[in-house]
Design a protein around this ligand. Sequence first.
Ligand SMILES: Nc1ncnc2c1ncn2[C@@H]1O[C@H](COP(=O)(O)OP(=O)(O)O)[C@@H](O)[C@H]1O
Ligand SMILES: CC(=O)OP(=O)(O)O
Ligand SMILES: [Mg+2]
Length: 403
Amino acid sequence: MADSILIINAGSSSLKFSLYRETANEFITSANGLLEGIGTKKPHLIIKNNKKEVLFEKNWTDPELFKASARDALFDETIEWLFGHLGDDKIVGIGHRVVHGGSEYSAPALVNEKVYEDLKALTPFVPLHQPASLSAMRVMLDKSPDIAQVACFDTAFHSTMPDYAKRFALPRKYFDKGVRRYGFHGLSYQYIVQHLQEEKSPLATGKLVVAHLGNGASVTAIENGKCVDTSMSFTPLDGLVMGTRTGHIDAAIILYMLQEEKLSPDEIENVIWKKSGLLGISDISSDMRDIMSEINTNGAKRENAKQALDLFIYRLVGEIGRLSASLQGIDGLVFTAGIGEHSPELRSEVCKALEWLGVRFNEEANKAGKQLFSTPESKILVQTIPTNEELIMLQEVLKFAKK
Ligand SMILES: Nc1ncnc2c1ncn2[C@@H]1O[C@H](COP(=O)(O)OP(=O)(O)O)[C@@H](O)[C@H]1O
Ligand SMILES: CC(=O)OP(=O)(O)O
Ligand SMILES: [Mg+2]
């Protein structure tokens, strides 16, 4: 019988989980699960062990389970499997990734009914992300009220931003109501800082920009391990071009959609969160791999794909420039998350566009996936570091776990 910790990362259409089992005083991954396609006709669950062997796989065919409202039912079945798999092992703590902690939660918090209600009140700020975390939390609170559950916030890392980086130029009352720049992907940024500290990298105490480029994408300016500014703001819609989100747009476009196109708030929400970004421009896909393959294979929509990629890079480079100015120069640039970790082509284009900043890099080292791929004459250290948001959550849960 061993202690286990469950880490849950609930997204708008997917849910990832990692189960860690204590072996010789260390928590080691024993299973990783991905429940995808929530709210579509293809809900799919796959669970693998730490050797990447498939432990369990399921496709659902009941149309009732194709609705977004079936999230809890699908999650329930996933948890059933997990509890069965545990055997005599005992879950001593659960970590939930919560995208928004508002102005009140700037550190991980033990979930109780009050915390749950506080987080629920933040739903209008993050309509696609918060309901998913809350639903996973509710299922687990009802199922296992005695297990310590810890909410780990994407916003927490950014609480050190100076006042001017937290404000919009709106009448004061909005700031007081919580309409502020918060920033997201904080668990990922925290991991990168921790990794640099463990490696005793000079970047751990220097000035750096970290680019978290996944389905959601953001860049953050960090000095001496603390956040100074970031590209996402009130919600994870702002900043860079993303898979399906607009990134920064002129706020008056929303008025145009509302007043001229007579779109409803729900329709506008759908356009700006789910139909824009790489998907909107390319008219092909939200996945960077599909965009690049369309360009490389000279597909029918090659020009669209090229425009999507060019804009993604242009806006990313521009934002790195802005953050470099806010830091008054940088010592390092780090790429992470799906695109950042796996696309040498993208990293290469970004680095070429940053030559003016003193970036020099070795293309072979970049292609080979070497962590450090800047050359000795580069003014800036350029690295690829695989992120590990789950590890940060595991560390937080261990502080609360009832063992
Ligand atoms: N080899 C690759 N080349 C380009 N992009 C990739 C590659 N592998 C993964 N990606 C991109 O990474 C994205 C997912 O990143 P990830 O960090 O897992 O996102 P999330 O956690 O938001 O789901 C995908 O949308 C895909 O575009
Ligand atoms: C905050 C955010 O955008 O998260 P994700 O990239 O998982 O959608
Ligand atoms: Mg992610």
